[in-house]
Write a protein that binds this ligand. Sequence first.
Ligand code: PLP
Length: 348
Amino acid sequence: MITLRTNIAEMAGYVPGFQPEDVASYIKLNTNENAYPPSPRVIDAIVREAGEGLRRYPDASSRLAREEAGKLYGFDPSWIVMANGSDEVLNNLIRAFAGEGEEVAYVHPSYSYYGTLAEIQGARVRTFGLNGQFEPEGIPDDYAGRIFFLTNPNAPLGFTYSQRYIAELAGRLSGVLVVDETYADFAEENSLDLVRSLENVVVTRTFSKSYALAGMRVGMAIARPEVIVALNKIRDHYNLDRLAQAAATAALKDQDYFLSCVGKILQARAWFSAELIKLGYHVIPSSGNYVFATPPDRNGARVYQGLYDRRILVRHFSDPVLSHGLRITIGTMEEMERTVQALREIGP
Ligand SMILES: *Cc1c(COP(=O)(O)O)cnc(C)c1O
């Protein structure tokens, strides 16, 4: 008889977005991957690293990548920890701050994986809904949960919270405010200044979306050195392999390539959003590399199926607060033109 911990036995487990085997035969707009490949310099760096040196352990502190990130964002490397995808650092933040039975909170809808990670830890989960102005509702003034995750820009809806709101929220939480900035590179603002000025603000980033490295698994947290010291105690000591460290460092260095890809995605986002509106869709103005759009009949499942039949994959959530719409990743202009054509065929 095998006896699991009760919380593990009872939890459902997270279901990642669909990754089809014959991916090349789809227009794949369902998991917010980058429309463009990683920088050629990143590929060169990985190939250079893939030699006999692999028999040696990697640098346990991912020093070069942290130094490069520190230069780019204006932080001493002691304020940065690299992670095996930002999912790893989200997990380690919960382990650092929320013990069994303590509370972890996040906004619904946002990234439900926070809840899964909290369940694994045996922490309690609390969610706060959004009001019509996209502000979380009902957070008590003296809210004492150990950790609050704010996804900014919000995923899947794409809107942003103002920096003023985030600072105000941080000020009335007695726990830590983790701003998950997975999509901040596609937005106008970010909370890095709040990390400098407020003690309880932590920012997480990933290379999976804006740097086109979802397959490499690299993320990071930027926080006060006391927090970084704690995260360093918890993480796997060799959490980034040699290839991932080389890739991350090269990706951060090649800002010209990075900015040109982000620029193309922002152009396609503006064009695609305007086309959706012409088709009668409701579109939330997006600061990410995706848009959340609702067809006139509010039947997201119907349009999902119509696109799927035309081998265009987007994300439909069965959650009742999201099922009326679709989250559509911004691909290349050509992919977005073909998606608009398909939506015309499917009809409003
Ligand atoms: C994609 C995503 C992540 C996970 O990023 P990885 O670095 O690939 O683990 C975290 N948060 C949000 C909101 C995401 O959309």
